[in-house]
Structure formats: C-alpha cells, structure tokens
Design a protein around this ligand. Sequence first.
Ligand SMILES: Cc1ncc(COP(=O)(O)O)c(C=O)c1O
Length: 917
Amino acid sequence: MVSVSDYYSATQLRADRWSSLREASSALTRETQARKITGIKARIAELFDSLSVVEAYWAFPGMAAFNHMRRQFEHGNFDELAFAVARVKRALTTGAYRRREIPLERDSVDEEEHNDEAMLSPEARAMSRPYFEILIVDSVNEQQERWLKNNVARMRRPEDPFTYEAVVVPSLEDALIAVLFNHNIQAIVVRPGLTLKSRNANEILNKYLSGMRDTDGIDDVIPENYGPELCRLVARVRPELDAYLVTERSVEDIAGMDLGICRRVFYNQEDFMELHLNILRGVAARNKTPFFTALVNYSKQPTGVFHAMPISRGKSITRSHWIQDMGAFYGPNIFLAETSATSGGLDSLLEPHGPIKEAQELASRAFGSKQTFFATNGTSTCNKIVVQALVRPGDIVLVDRDCHKSHHYGMVLAGAEVVYLDSYPLNEYSMYGAVPLREIKHQLLALKAAGKLDRVRMLLLTNCTFDGLVYNVERVMEECLAIKPDLIFLWDEAWFAFARFSPTYRQRTAMRTANDLRKRLRTEDHARAYKAQQKELETASDEDWLDARLIAPPAARVRVYATQSTHKTLTSLRQGSMIHVNDQDFKGEVEQSFHEAYMTHTSTSPNYQIIASLDVGRRQVELEGFEFVQRQIEAAMSMRRAIASHPLLKKYFKVLAAGDMIPEHHRQSGVSSYFDVEQGWTDMFECWEQDDFVLDPTRVTLAVGGTGWDGDTFKNEVLMDKYGIQINKTSRNTVLFMTNIGTTRSSVAYLIEVLVEIANELDELLDDASKMERLSFDRRVKNLTENFPPLPDFSRFHDAFRPDDITPEGDIRTAYYLSYDEKNCDYLELDGALHDLLEAGEEVVSASFIIPYPPGFPILVPGQVISREILAFMRALDVNEIHGYRADLGLRVFTAEALASLPRPAKPKPAAALKKD
Ligand SMILES: Cc1ncc(COP(=O)(O)O)c(C=O)c1O
C-alpha cells in the first residue's frame, strides 16, 4: 500500500484508498487460491483501518454504513462487501450521493436507476437540489449521535431549497480537521459538550492542525471557551462558513467575545426547526446571485427592442441568411440576455443602485474588502482606475519595474513622478524575481532624507508575480507604514483572486492583511512594542532602519487596494475583474475621485454577461472555492512530484522550486522545495507564514534548457503543434504551466505522459545521432543552460525628466508626450549608431516603451537612459516580439535638441549652501 507520507493531501488518500478497496474486495470474490485470499484479506483489513480514521469526517457513506461493510468482511460476506464498496466508490466519484439515497444492500438496489445516474444530463444536474453537509461538534455516544442526526433529518421539508446531511465530531481539534478536510461542510453547529483534543492520531490529518497550533495556541484555551474559540478559529481558516453556537452560558458571558463566523447563538435550547431554517438561510445568502438572477428573469420577459443593439434577442441573427451559424453555435439564451437595458429590473454599472450594487456588496463580503467594484474590461483597466483615483500630478509613486504595462501607462496618465524598484534577477532562467523589502525601504528612506516624504503617495507591487512569487504582504505594509504612515498600497493581484479561498494563501492577500493590520494596530500590545522600538531607533542610522523589522505607528492609516483578474483564476468570462478596497480614508478622501476615475475608464456599454459571470463566480467561491482551490493545489503538487521523481524526466527537465527562484536569505524557514524525493512533502504553512517570499506551487515553471529547445520553441513547436497543449508564458529556457481551479488529476497525468514521450523521443534521437548532431545538441544545451545574458536593472531617468539628482523619481508623462512630435525623435540601430554612441560615453534616451515578450514588461520606458547592459540584453534577446521596437528602423530615442528644449528644473542647492547665501 502507498504510504500515508506519500500523499500530499488526505483527499487524494481517501479517493485512492476507496479505489484500492474496491479492487481488493472484487478480487476477493473471484480468487480461489488460499494463499492469495489470505494476502487480499490482509490488504482489505489494512484499508479498512486506514479509511476508518478519515471516514469519521464525512457524511457519506457515514460511519454506520462503513462499520456495516467492515462487519460483512469479517463475517465472510464477500459478495455483499464487493457490491457495497463498488457502490460507495461509484457514488463518491459521480457525486450521486449528493442527489439521492445510495442503498448499499444488494436486493434493494434499482439497477436501472443506478445506471441512469451516470447519464444524467447537465440540465438535470442543474435542476437537482444542491447538497451540503453540516458539522455538529459535540462529544456524544452512539445513541445520542443517532438522536441528533434523526432530529436534524426530521426537519427536512419538500420546499427546502437545499438538502444536507450531518457529520458529528467530538472535539474542537476534530472540528478544525473536518472543516479543512471535508469541503462539503457549509455550516457548523457547536454544542456545549465539545472537548478539545482529537483522539485520531493520524499523520496526514494532523498536518491540518499544525498551522493552527503555531498561530493560535489552541492548547491554552479553557474548557468554557471551547465553543466560542472554535467559532473564532474557523473564521480564520474558512471565513465563508456559518457557525451556530449552542451554549449553556449566559448572554452576558458571551456578549463581547470574538465569535468569528457565528451567525447566531442559541442559549441552551434544542429548537431544531429554528436551527434548520437558519442553516438554510445562511447557505441561501451565499447562493444568492442578484445580478445573474435579474438577467435570467429579464431574458424571459417579452420585450420590443428599440435601442441600438440589433443582436439583442438574436433578432439580427435569426433573420439573417448568412450568419445563422453564430446563433446555432451560441444558442438562444446568450442573445436573450444580451441587453443594455438598465430598466426592467437590471441595473447600471456606472451608477449601481439595484442588483449590480448588491452583487458588488456580496463580492466585497466574499473577498474581505470594504468596497468592491466590478470591471468589464480587465485588470488593465482596474489598475488605471485605481492609479488615477489616488495619484495626483507630481505625486511620487514607487513602482515595481517589472509590473504589468497597464501600471506604466497609468503613471503616464496620472502624471506621477515614478521611482522604479528593481526586482532581484534570476539570470539563470532569464526572469526577474520580486522586489526585496530592503530596496523599498531604502528608496523611502532616501525620499525622507530629501524631505520629499509628503509627496510619496503609493507603493505598487505585483502579488503574486506571473511566475508565482508571493510577497510577505503584512511585513511589507507594516515596515513601509513605519516610514510613511499614510502610504497607499496597490497590490496587483491579477493572478491571485483564488488565494482568498485557501487558508495558507489567504494570509498573503492584500484584503486579509489589511483587515488584520487594522485590528492589530489598535491593540495595546502593538502600542507598547511600537514605543519600545521608537526608543531603540532614536539614534539609529539609516542602515539600522534597513536592518530592523520596523513596527508601524498605531496611528498609521491602513489604505489598501487590490485589483484582480477574476477571469484568470476563477469562474468569469474574459475581462471580468474586480477592484477591492480596504482604505480607512476612502469615504472621506477618495470616493469622489474614485468615481471620476471609474467614469473615465468604464465603457457606457458594459457587457452584462461579464457582470453576471462575476456574480456567479462569487457564488461559486463562497460555496466551493475552498474545495476547488484545494484540488488545484493537489493537482499542482502531484505534477511537481511526478516530474521531480521520474528518472527519464529528470534527465531533460527540472521543475523550479522555491530554492531556485528565491535567494536563500529571503527564505527564513529554510524551505527550498515542497517535495523532495528523499524527504517527501514539506509543510507549506511554515514558509508561507514567515518567509520574505514564497513560491505559489500552482504555477509550475519547468526548465527546458536540457532539451536543447528554447522556451518559445518548446511552447510553439513541441507542446502546441505536436500535442495541443497551450501555455502562455516562457522565458529563454523555461516554460510555465499554470494550473487552475479546473485542472484535474487526469489533465496532469496527460501532461506527464507528453513530457515522458518527448523525453523518450529525445533519448532515441540522441542514440542515433551522428557526432556532429550530438555536438550541435550539446552546444544548444550549453548555450541555454550556461550562457546567461545578465538581466539589466532600471538605469535612471534622464536629468531632463528629474527634478534633481538626489532621488531617482522621474516625470514619465513629459517624456511620453515629448515623443508625440516626430521631430523630437531619432532612430538608432542597435549594432550601429546606438552601440557607437554608448561606447563613446554619450547619453542616449529612449523615447518609447520597449516591451519584449517574454518577459512582457518594459525594459525601457520613455525618458530612460539606455545603459550598455540594456543594449547587451536586447542584443541577446532571442524573441521575435518586441513591442515598441522596429527592427527595420532601430530604437526610437530623443534627439539632443529635444532634451535640451525642456526647461530643466534648477537643481536645489545643498542645505549648507543655502544657509551661506
Ligand atoms: C500582473 C498583471 N496585472 C494585470 C494584468 C492585466 O489583466 P487583464 O488581462 O485582466 O486586463 C495582467 C495580465 O496578464 C498581469 O499579468
């Protein structure tokens, strides 16, 4: 049997154990050799032991049925056993147990119904009542458990919108394991009898508790507080769930306690109907999709269309002689719902008062923001909206240089003075990492020393990066606030919307951190720690400030914005994005300018289908985001493991781990890989809690230099053309496989198969290769794995665009518009004039954004001085697509006259000189 430690998660272990049990119990009915029978029986006994620990946390098949199967095995009723196990396994795979009772006795089974289940049409599935499980936490004996479950079952009514089953566990620890393991659970009923400790000493289940023990010290809780404490703890790991606390304590005792996700407290009563109605109402509140529902209702109404939208209700298609195929392809509903009507129960995105407003409020709850705004044209637009709303001309903004281009254009539009921040380079893989906190603090301290801190407005970072690097958001915000207490943070979470729905990831999201910081800054402990540190820093140098883990002043303002491409990682039509706001000064200072910025960038004809899909995507994550993200992580982990441990794959490929992508001094936990062939799995929680940067395991970067193909060729000519596998990011010698919430274990298996096939073909090719062919292959590999064009840093803005040469901020907008006049620009060939001028020590200044794909961000921005390193990098780039660069003309630069024509600001005199004057 595969050992428990081989499994990344208990969910995979459970599924595999049931498969094994089905195979073994079926084999037992056929086997005739006594020796083999003994072996199979031993195996079945082991599987029962292993499953008995995990089944206690699930309603189906339930411990009673499970124990019954076990007894059948012990009594030698092997046919019955094989039958029941096969039915359970099948119901678990198809999800049939969610839709109907699964009888496990042979004579009670309706074969036809059984077969129909697999054939159920998507429509029939959509119409069936959603199923979930509730967790009852109470230390009860078998008889009391039956009483509880019967009481719950008796409350069911035909008109209920959902159906549910109960799981009963005895202790606080078991409840935490259950909510982290059983994704069917939607509500928890915490009863006064619960105990603290779990009696299940199981390695893989205990992993669920390790993170909680470290952070929340559950061992110190006193028995009276187990119930409230459980509600509080569940709120940290599964904030979307509802809890109901049944308590014998007085109202006064309970009032004022942090009850986390508790929706309702029942004081010492057994009103099961009241509980039932509350449970249904709680789930209905998440299941509600106000805008999607309004749109569906609208599409059913008969309407005459007298506005400019011929496609509405499919009229221009059904009457057509030439475009009927479009109607046939999409079906009628999409056109029935295609509208721009703000009447008829629909709402306006630009001025929402009805279902769009409500849908945004529900999204705000789901993502933990104070306000949420939908956008129907992607995070590119969200970024520009936020920047325009907050940044005034002349404000200084610290920007991660390798951020998405929408930010650079946003800076131009806002007229910001930009300080570009350099990420650490990963020269070996031709990609950038992320910006070290020290670099950010250094820039802030320099601006402070220059007396410009009051003009610093915003810090803008990408979390996580395209390649999956994730910041320590809390540490970054707190230390920056210690230097500039009202700094605004814009976290570009284009790739990180899903992070909210995993407890490990959530702690590194902008919204969770903002909420935590707001609470923590108000505590007395924090005020004391701040005071003590201030005393220590009284005589400190800048170097000391850089070294210290700075504590933010209690009066700091928490001002945080996050932009998310919902469509990239969750269910939404393309371009569906959200802006999440958690800004203490939003209402007082920003609301109006935000509104103007939103108006500037939002179409007056937003696509209602996109808005509806955002609404439905939110419903999904509130009810099953945890399950889907967990599955995604599992799929990614099994992919990492399969590649790392396959002997043939290891020859040509390498999955980059945290140790390859994050320098050691940024990994305080010492964790360098989530999976190691010798040591097995590492607990992710530890590094996610403390390290400066962590690697999002769901993005798998594969180094392919060993195949002799560069990333682009591997992507297009091998993966795409030969195997139909699509990916969207490469570097010189890597390709990035992104998993998503739809990735399954079988799609991972297919990818592994393909990689093995490629490796096999390479093996054969090299086997038959001539000496020359071998030499050419070795050269290509050497070139890709040993010769690295060093990645250039941001050089600097030319003096003509800088107010002084004390700090590096530059006026990108002036440079951008200077290039609108062709006579201000010239074109220089890389290998000709440009090279010669740089060799001669001349300053040459870029007039355009130059954006190579990959890496996909500007290596030059307007007004930036071109360094020799940048030229060397451009010459070494072996990519075809470089936006802003015309190979036939050369690089677009400013003429000396154009630069001289600018009113160069007078350089401020040093303070000493001022005094003398
Ligand atoms: C970091 C980052 N921000 C923003 C965007 C733009 O998002 P959208 O495609 O939703 O406009 C992207 C797109 O790839 C991105 O990678």
